[in-house]
Design a protein around this ligand. Structure first.
Ligand code: ADP
Ligand code: MG
Length: 367
């Protein structure tokens, strides 16, 4: 009998493109069979950015839902058509979609992901699970982060204190501590790559600062760093989640006005330090803590070097060391969440999202 496998589709706040992974799960471990990425064409990225800034008409929103649904289908077909796919039975697709708005603390809280799952089911002929966040929100939760349950299932070890830090556009942390009385918890620490990307795009036209090379030309501006770190979000207790609605170019501009002596590369370097320090400050102070990084930030050499320096004596490495390539962890989480949904098992952790209880997440679109 072929092993059962699931497809995870993810595109995060960086809006760099869609990650697709074909993965099977056994005894709490994930095995990656195939991967595929589909980058967003520039016009799509621009339109998504506009929508995420609360600009655009209902027509534009609807059309983008369709267009992103087609691109998510392409990403899924990329792994479905791989040679490795013939060795497994594909049970379902878990599609996160593309978040354009996430407003968990509004009076009428909502989270909006584009990428019509009806199209994905239709184009692939595979059962598709999507809309994972809103049931948790309906139960009073933040709807985010949802990946800690997966991190616990894959990486949790009763005798170890470990943290998984996903550095996408926003950075989120899962704390998997061995002390029995401490429950697993997780939250968004704040900016991951989002601010670095926004400043780099604005100043150089490049969508990100490869390996932190431009940042490396500047110096940390301590006054600016201190000012930015005084933002109330960093001191908020968990559960908490955030997005690019908050941490964006406008946010940077309000702070740099007060520090006209900071050069472009100083600002880039300071934003890198902000990501590092805001993560380090929010790590649990546990003995022998091991920190594993995933997401695109793990590919930024200067960021990783600074994380290692600032988090010392805690050891910092990538999730490769615990069996999963950092690029595929998030997409694999949505494959796992689809499996949970179809098995009628909850996917949220109330201690993480603040929901009233565990809930079976998502909606199912039959083939
Ligand atoms: N070589 C690199 N150097 C610096 N940053 C990188 C590199 N590779 C990826 N990144 C960063 O990772 C981001 C994408 O990370 P990803 O985990 O896909 O985020 P998201 O989940 O928000 O889509 C890019 O926008 C970029 O900031
Ligand atoms: Mg991405």
């Amino acid at each position: 009998m072929k092993p059962h496998a699931y497809i995870g589709l993810m595109s995060g706040t960086s809006m760099d493109g869609i990650d697709a992974v074909l993965v099977s799960f056994s005894e709490g471990r994930a095995k990656v069979h195939a991967t595929h990425t589909v980058g967003y064409p520039d016009p799509v990225r621009h339109q998504l950015t506009k929508l995420s800034q609360n600009q655009g008409t209902p027509d534009e929103l609807g059309a983008m839902d369709h267009q992103v649904g087609e691109l998510f289908s392409q990403a899924a077909l990329g792994v479905i058509n791989s040679a490795a796919a013939r060795e497994v039975d594909i049970v379902a697709i878990g599609s996160h979609g593309q978040t354009v708005r996430h407003q968990p603390r509004d009076k009428h809280a909502f989270s909006m992901q584009l990428g019509d799952p009806n199209l994905i089911a239709e184009n692939t002929g595979i059962t598709t699970v999507a809309d994972f966040r809103r049931r948790d929100m309906a139960a009073g939760g933040e709807g985010a982060p949802l990946v800690p349950a997966f991190h616990q299932a894959m990486f949790g070890c009763p005798s170890k204190n470990l943290c998984i830090v996903n550095i996408g556009g926003i950075a989120n942390i899962s704390c998997l501590l061995s002390t029995p009385e401490e429950k697993i918890y997780g939250f968004d620490t704040g900016p991951g790559n989002a601010l670095m990307d926004a400043w780099c795009q604005d100043q150089t036209g490049k969508s990100y600062d490869e390996n932190g090379n431009w940042a490396n030309e500047g110096r940390v501006h301590q006054g600016l760093l201190g000012d930015m770190l005084s933002d109330a979000y960093f001191a908020l207790p968990a559960p908490k989640s955030t997005g690019k609605e908050k941490f964006n170019l406008g946010w940077i501009k309000t702070f740099i006005k007060r520090h006209p002596d900071a050069t472009g590369s100083d600002i880039q370097r300071t934003l890198l330090e902000l990501t590092v320090i805001s993560i380090a400050k929010q790590l649990p102070q546990s003995n022998d803590l091991k920190v594993y990084i995933c997401g695109g930030g793990s590919r930024n050499r200067l960021l990783m070097q600074e994380l290692r320096r600032v988090c010392s004596p805690f050891a910092v490495s990538s999730t490769t060391e615990i069996g999963l390539d950092p690029q595929w962890v998030e997409a694999a989480a949505f494959a796992w969440l689809a499996q949970r949904t179809l098995n009628k098992q909850p996917g949220n952790l109330p201690a993480v999202t603040g929901a009233r209880g565990k809930r079976i997440l998502g909606a199912v679109y039959w083939p």
